[in-house]
Design a protein around this ligand. Structure first.
Ligand code: ADP
Ligand code: MG
Length: 292
């Protein structure tokens, strides 16, 4: 496209709150055939809330919740905020962690009153040698309802689960349908559990799901799709999405997401709505049509 056409297109997108950083990104957006969407914070609002507290055996649920909260207090993950908020609403007793460690894409490990507390997914517990089979039934129930199940272990023993639900952004369903109408294949890419991801995907009308993908593997999944000859856009909001945003033919960051994601992306969707992806594609196609 001519520099003038690019300026017009970029300006037009900007009026809809879509910041396109390069002429190349504007030109490529119209040629995309595959859109990969992160789940948490991209398709969903990213403000999950605590819905279930399930304690095993003689574990006191409020004590478990208090320990999980102390463990999550210093984590920046949206799931951590959900636990901290949910515990405050339920007036759980709060203690402070002596040490805290965040394991990206898995959860947290903390020492609280001399007890080792783990909060996270099955991979986290397996890595610490905790038998995670006792969580399976309850985790499945939560996940098949689209909730994220966080497993809690105290001193190496399964203590219970916390269920967290994240609502779908109101225009995600319409945006996915519109992307389809524009002729694109829509894929969900998430670190969350398979069943949870599938339940959310079903709600928004996505049938291809790549779940339980480690943060460091998200970019490789984009590369794999590109090696099939596809032109791939990635839409994400988190630190863990940054490499995939950079790897994609066009990376689109949710404007309400982390700075790291925004810096890695070619396009920023200021409003955070997925409708912005459709608009960016439309503007690109119009710009390219005008120059031919
Ligand atoms: P997503 O790709 O959906 O944004 P992440 O890669 O950030 O997800 O996390 C993947 C999974 O790791 C989460 O679904 C959760 O099970 C677990 N996890 C990550 N961070 C935390 C945390 N602070 N507390 C508990 N679990 C966590
Ligand atoms: Mg995310």
């Amino acid at each position: 496209a001519t520099p003038l056409a690019v300026m017009v297109g970029t300006g037009k997108a900007a009026t809809s709150g879509i910041l396109i950083r390069s002429a190349e990104a504007l030109e490529t957006a119209g040629k995309l055939d595959t859109i990969v969407l992160d789940k948490t914070g991209t398709i969903t609002a990213g403000h999950p809330s605590l819905t279930d507290v399930v304690a095993f055996g003689d574990t006191n649920p409020m004590v478990m919740l208090g320990l999980a909260t102390a463990a999550e207090a210093d984590s920046e993950h949206p799931l951590a905020s959900a636990i901290v908020e949910g515990a405050a609403n339920r007036h759980a007793e709060m203690t402070k962690a002596q040490s805290f460690e965040s394991i990206t894409g898995q959860g947290v490990r903390a020492i609280i009153d001399g007890r080792v507390v783990l909060v996270g997914n099955a991979r986290l517990l397996q890595g610490a040698g905790v038998d995670d089979s006792v969580f399976a039934d309850q985790a499945r129930t939560l996940s098949s309802n689209g909730k994220t199940a966080m497993l809690v272990a105290i001193d190496g023993n399964p203590a219970g689960l916390l269920g967290v639900a994240d609502s779908i952004k109101e225009d995600s369903i319409e945006a996915v349908a519109e992307l389809r109408r524009l002729g694109l294949e829509v894929i969900m890419l998430t670190g969350d559990a398979q069943l949870t991801a599938q339940a959310v995907a079903r709600q928004v009308g996505i049938d291809k799901v790549l779940a339980e993908v480690r943060p460091e593997d998200k970019a490789a999944e984009i590369g794999r799709l590109q090696s099939e000859g596809r032109r791939v856009a990635m839409v994400g909001d988190g630190i863990n999405d940054a490499p995939a945003l950079a790897k994609a033919d066009v990376g689109l960051a949710i404007g309400t997401g982390t700075d790291v994601a925004i810096e890695a992306a070619d396009v920023t969707l200021m409003s955070g709505s997925l409708a912005g992806v459709c608009i960016a594609i439309g503007v690109s196609r119009a710009t390219m049509r005008n120059i031919r």
